[in-house]
Structure formats: C-alpha cells, structure tokens
Write a protein of this length. Structure first.
Length: 140
C-alpha cells in the first residue's frame, strides 16, 4: 500500500494570481479563539453549505499570503472592521476586494480546503483551487 503525500496548504488561482493559502497549525488555537468556535465546526459548516460570507472571508484572510490578507491579526473581517472600512479609515485587503468583486460563495471550497489542510492534511493532488474552473451543472 502506497501512502499519499499530504500537505497543509492549498495552491489557488485567486484574484487572477497564483497563490498559496496556509493556516499554520500552530496558530489554530488563536484562529479558533478569534472566530469563537472550533475550526472543525467551521469546516463542517463550510462542507455542509451552512457558512456565511464572513466565515469564508475569515478563513481566507487568516491563510492568505503576506500582503493579501490579515494573517497577523487572524481576522479583521468582523463588524468593527466593516464599520471602520465603511467610514473609509481602513482600506480593503486584497482578499476582501476579491470577495467583493466576485460571487463570494464560490470561494467556500477554497476556505474548506484551507481548513481541511490545516486540520487533517490533504493529498497534494487535491490541494488546489481555481477560481476560473467552471461548475459542472450536471453535478449540481
């Protein structure tokens, strides 16, 4: 029996760029504290189609490469940040801009992959996401 090579990151075509999203395992407790729920529960909600746009944004903000999200502060997508940004005091991150410019729920699969990779590991061949990939209408 051969063992599949696993990874803790997801390679993604996001916002027209090839990026790597990774939620560092050592930061999972901080991430869970930030979102106020276990990462496994958030993964289950994402998998079941029960997530919010804020859930998706929070995962992607925390796992985006430097300069794209807010990995240092884990999540700035919450209500206070939204209110502050609404006043023009804080510019949108690149992740937030992509989610505003595109249908945000198509990125739920990316957020799900990022959490699964951090919590369980993913086979390298499935740890990819392409925002330009067409949805198979027959499968939906």
């Amino acid at each position: 029996m051969t063992q599949k090579k696993m990874t803790d990151e997801v390679k993604a075509r996001f916002g027209g760029h090839d990026l790597v999203f990774k939620l560092p395992r050592e930061k999972l407790p901080l991430f869970e504290n930030s979102v106020g729920k276990p990462a496994q529960l958030l993964l289950r909600n994402l998998s079941a189609g029960l997530s919010t746009v804020n859930d998706i944004a929070t995962v992607l903000e925390a796992s985006a490469p430097r300069g794209w999200g807010n990995r240092g502060g884990i999540s700035i997508v919450g209500m206070n940040a939204a209110l502050t940004r609404g006043l023009g005091a804080v510019p949108l991150s690149k992740v937030e801009q992509v989610l505003r410019d595109n249908p945000p729920m198509k990125y739920a699969v990316l957020a799900q992959g990022v959490l699964a990779a951090a919590l369980h590991g993913l086979p390298i061949n499935v740890a990819v996401f392409d925002e330009n990939e067409e949805v198979d209408d027959d499968a939906a």
